[in-house]
Design a protein around this ligand. Structure first.
Ligand code: PMP
Length: 321
């Protein structure tokens, strides 16, 4: 049986940590806050739910962590240099993270992504000066993967193919940082970890390390309930190109979340908690509540991958159901 934390300490002006001196943008990645909830989580003394606020990363999403890890590892191994162009496929957040990091380190960048990604994402990438190649929206993120492979095959010497779906530096970023932060922020009291599957880096890397820290921790992945879904950033694994880094054996359980459930929970997080988060965060909360419903006590931690800013043009905000 595990100890349960009653409250997350609130930092006030009096006891806030000393401000650090000047910092480089890459050093701002990670160490995100752990959020607690006021209304959405049912009042049950034995079960707590917390979420990592990943939009606090400077690029606005969880993907800053793997993008930094992939680029630094490529520099270390000599795969990336100033005469090369970093190229990859992404549904948006990884592209934004690469754009920020490549700008900061003086690299050229080319991104393949489905043309139906939100207008906000396109504008952010344009602001960073990123070269974008749009792919068929009907082919989703897999169409973007196929296109980037063609591009690299045509001129392999010109590119560093970052390949977030197959690059171990992706899950290792979470193994090194996300898991250690969660363990520390819950004072080791975490009993359940819940995360959605996109490249699967967040789930696989964080779970592997958490299980080393504390073997009984249950790690629960979730994914969209169908091939055609609105859960930006997540993959329906049965119908998608399987990421090379995905290891289903890491999961003790795998849940599904529908687009409607995720939209509804995303609205509730804004209206009942004051948290304007992205759709995959709504899905994460829905999945965490499913886990909570099945246990009598525990500390459940999930990941809110990005904020609602990039989804403001979507219509689900205006629906009332
Ligand atoms: N949610 C959002 C909004 C994302 O951009 C991503 C990244 N594709 C995920 C969830 C899933 O994260 P991962 O790729 O680490 O599985």
């Amino acid at each position: 049986m595990f100890m349960i934390i009653e409250t997350i300490p609130v930092t006030t002006a009096q006891d806030r940590p000393a401000l650090a001196g000047p910092r480089n943008v890459l050093s701002l990645i990670g160490n995100t806050p752990l959020l607690s909830f006021n209304r959405i989580v049912p009042e049950r003394s034995g079960v707590k739910i917390y979420a990592k606020a990943e939009w606090a990363n400077p690029g606005g999403s969880v993907k800053d962590r793997p993008a930094k890890s992939i680029l630094l590892e490529a520099e270390r191994s000599g795969q990336m240099s100033r005469d090369k162009i970093l190229v990859d496929s992404t549904s948006g957040n990884t592209g934004i993270a690469y754009a920020m990091i490549c700008a900061a380190r003086g690299y050229r960048l080319k991104i393949c992504m489905p043309s139906n990604v939100s207008v906000e994402r396109k504008q952010i990438l344009a602001a960073y000066g990123t070269e974008i190649i749009y792919t068929d929206p009907m082919e989703g993120s897999d169409g973007a993967i196929r296109r980037v492979r063609e591009i690299v095959q045509e001129r392999p010497e010109l590119y560093f193919y970052a390949n977030q779906y197959d690059n171990p530096a992706n899950w290792q970023a979470h193994y090194e940082t996300t898991a250690a932060e969660i363990f520390e922020q819950t004072q080791g009291r975490i009993t359940h970890f819940v995360a959605g599957l996109g490249t699967s880096g967040t789930f696989v890397g964080t779970s592997r390390r958490l299980k080393e820290f504390k073997p009984p921790v249950r790690c629960i992945s979730f994914q969209p309930d169908s091939a055609f879904h609105g859960l930006e950033g997540l993959k329906h694994m049965a119908s998608a190109i399987l990421p090379g880094i995905y290891d289903p054996a890491v999961a003790d359980e795998d849940l599904t979340v529908s687009t409607e459930e995720a939209y509804g929970m995303t609205r509730r997080l804004a209206r009942e908690e004051g948290l304007l988060v992205g759709v995959s965060s709504g899905a994460a909360m829905a999945a965490a509540l499913k886990v909570a419903a099945g246990i009598r006590e525990g500390v459940i931690v999930t990941v809110f991958c990005d904020s609602g800013d990039k989804y403001l043009s979507e219509r689900f905000w205006n629906s009332s159901d």
